[in-house]
Write a protein that binds this ligand. Structure first.
Ligand code: 13P
Length: 252
């Protein structure tokens, strides 16, 4: 039985004051929700703060990106060991907001998935098609291409150190979440692809849905057999709304 996982991707939002209120609210608010797992991914400058506030709680934290290198002349980049030094357990890899601006490619996401797991981090690997690709019926082809880039790099069993997330680009920040049925179909397809390669891993790996998840649609999404939780952007900027999503995961 896979435990549900809810990840807050706070993107480039927050400040010391609002982060503090959110993180403390989360500790208190999730106290009774022990059936699921919760993670907060903050902008890198706030990792120190996240560590200070969350360190004795059951809530984990992570970065939103990571270099494939451990050190060197890479101005503006953050290494896996830097994330680990600030207590990160997770790191988001291949978010479409980075892919679309050319910062992440299939090749670089595969490489960094491997580097992250070797360093002891759990990558949260994002896949998803654009609106044009969706309308052309290319969802399966695009997501499999993105997933295979990682499998090619580390082998299917290498996936076991991470989390997968299907985030259709057209659903991110638009208020138009995928229907639970569409999300379920894609996740079932991805899990089926893994199952051909390793049946046990397919049963165990957690696959999240992301894209306009909110307090209203979370419970229905979480009732789908292959949806193991959510990667939440906008709704993670409101403590009460995010806690409602955590509650839905706990009760699913
Ligand atoms: P929204 O929840 O704002 O649609 O963002 C989803 C996302 O990109 C999480 O990584």
């Amino acid at each position: 039985m896979r435990r549900k996982l809810v990840v807050a991707n706070r993107k480039m939002n927050g400040n010391l004051q609002t982060n503090k209120a959110f993180l403390e609210g989360l500790i208190t608010g999730t106290r009774g929700y022990s059936n699921a797992d919760y993670v907060v991914c903050v902008p890198h400058p706030y990792l120190f703060q996240a560590q200070a506030i969350l360190k004795d709680s059951s809530i984990a934290w992570g970065g939103q990106n990571m270099s494939r290198y451990q050190s060197g002349a890479y101005t503006g980049s953050v290494s896996p060991n830097m994330l680990i030094e600030f207590g990160c357990e997770y790191v988001i890899i291949g978010h479409s907001e980075r892919r679309q601006r050319g910062f992440d490619t299939d090749l670089s996401t595969g490489e960094r998935f491997e580097v992250a797991t070797k360093a002891g981090l759990k990558p949260i690997f994002c896949m998803g098609e654009t609106l044009a690709e969706y309308e052309e019926g290319l969802t399966d082809i695009v997501t499999i291409r993105q997933l295979n880039a990682v499998i090619h790099e580390i082998g299917v069993l290498g996936l076991s150190g991470g989390i997968l997330a299907y985030e259709p680009v057209w659903a991110i920040g638009t208020g138009k979440a995928a229907t639970p049925e569409h999300a379920q179909n894609v996740l079932s397809f991805l899990r089926g692809h893994i199952e051909i390669l390793d049946a046990e891993l397919a049963q165990n790996i957690r696959i999240l849905y992301g894209g306009s998840v909110n307090a209203t649609n979370a419970a229905k999404l979480f009732s789908m057999p292959d949806i193991d939780g959510a990667l939440v952007g906008g709704a993670s900027l409101n403590t009460d709304e995010f806690l409602a999503i955590c509650r839905a995961a706990n009760n699913a």
